[in-house]
Design a protein around this ligand. Sequence first.
Ligand SMILES: C[S@@+](CC[C@H](N)C(=O)[O-])C[C@H]1O[C@@H](n2cnc3c(N)ncnc32)[C@H](O)[C@@H]1O
Length: 237
Amino acid sequence: MPDAVGPDAQYEVFADEYFDHASDGFYNAHYDRPACLSLLGDVSGCVVLDAACGPGLYAAELDARGARVIGFDQSPRMVDLCRQRVPAGTFRTHDLALPLDWLPDGSVDRVLFALAVEYVDDRTAALRELRRVLRPDGALVMSRQHPTGDWLRHGGNYFHARVIEETWSRGWQVRYWLSPLEQTCEELHHAGFLIERLLEPRPTPQAADIDADRYARLSSEPTGFMTIRAIPDPRLT
Ligand SMILES: C[S@@+](CC[C@H](N)C(=O)[O-])C[C@H]1O[C@@H](n2cnc3c(N)ncnc32)[C@H](O)[C@@H]1O
């Protein structure tokens, strides 16, 4: 396995299926989104950058909560879905490997970066760009797969970051980085962020109606996702 995810837009081929799956699915609607939205706080009147926005499920919620949403994704189909779903937002195709040269310094109040950092090869550079476009009093909220769950599934040396390939239950093939928690914290630090909060979410009570076994497991095991809120380090500005 090469030590890079590379530039392929992996989600392009199953963007519509992802939309169906994530709209009201266990992991997205009842586990990841409630945690990220809680750490984003009140976004009314805020400019929110939705980085790797997917099909616009977050963007629609942020728009409904009064935010002005700017979003981007590597997959053009994801961007189409966003535009259909949130006509008031501004969305474009963009790869996190590249600078956000279409956004000025300090131009957004919040950055949301949900469930996508795993696909980025140079995560510190991408995070540094996200910090650059944030206002000094802004905040980044990001979620990622819980590293404990990754390690339990894949084994090997927990501390050794590496790229793996998985086929998910719907046949989606994905290549992404496994990395320890320490590495995510270090990448945030080197990008100029201070970690303010870290959540290990539990599923919402409604998730029990979708899958009682998974609900019980994720209510007691750190094997799903985790969520971080970080602010631009004021000592660096
Ligand atoms: C698991 S989905 C999450 C989508 C959305 N953030 C959500 O939580 O609903 C991962 C998304 O990251 C996007 N992505 C992956 N690598 C990317 C990159 N290098 N630049 C921009 N987007 C990327 C994919 O196209 C996909 O839409």
